[in-house]
Design a protein around this ligand. Structure first.
Ligand code: HEC
Length: 156
């Protein structure tokens, strides 16, 4: 190894080590109120495919502890919970009405998540069952409507 290469490699190792010190929020806040599931089967499907990003019962994988991957994982969980959180049904869940669309279009669960969590891959029949189950769930236990802000954003 040339001295120059050794220096470069050492630099990368130092950088990698330094990245690990950036704080990452991997907390699971308390479940304030879980949605009342229409059936245990619906909950089981959602738990398998959605809970890691759309609940406060995230199972944090080992790679969620290794930067920079951990930033992406934590970012997904934070964003996911903000859009839809089955553990916080007492708070606005703005995007519950988009569940059918994202499932039909195969947007959810996120593709890179499914690569690392093959058990989260739903068959066509399971996707349909989840759509039906969530529809019944939300009909019986509707999400809290969008919070009305005092000063609406332009265009909304
Ligand atoms: C790996 C994390 C992850 C998993 C697993 C996951 N989601 Fe998401 N979900 C997100 C993120 C991040 C967003 C917000 C960003 C976006 O809009 O793409 C989101 C947004 C949504 C939205 C809002 C619509 C939208 O496009 O903004 C819905 C509805 C949704 N997810 C449903 C689900 C359902 C149902 C499942 C299970 C089948 C699921 N998600 C699994 C991360 C995830």
């Amino acid at each position: 190894m040339t001295p120059r290469l050794r220096l470069l490699l050492g630099g990368f190792v130092l950088l990698f080590v330094a990245l690990q010190f950036v704080p990452v929020d991997r907390s699971n806040p308390p479940v304030t109120r879980e949605v009342r599931w229409a059936s245990p089967e619906t909950r089981a499907l959602a738990q398998r495919a959605c809970f890691d990003c759309h609940s406060n019962e995230t199972v944090w994988p080992w790679y969620a502890y290794v930067a920079p991957v951990s930033w992406r994982v934590a970012g997904h969980v934070e964003d996911g919970r903000r859009h839809l959180n089955f553990s916080a049904w007492d708070q606005p869940n703005e995007d519950a009405d988009e569940v059918e669309e994202v499932l039909r279009e195969g947007e959810m669960p996120l593709w890179d998540y499914v690569l690392l969590h093959p058990e989260a891959r739903l068959t066509g029949a399971e996707t349909e069952a989840l759509i039906e189950g969530l529809r019944a769930t939300f009909a019986a236990d509707p999400p809290v409507p969008r919070r009305r802000s005092a000063s609406p954003e332009p265009g909304s």
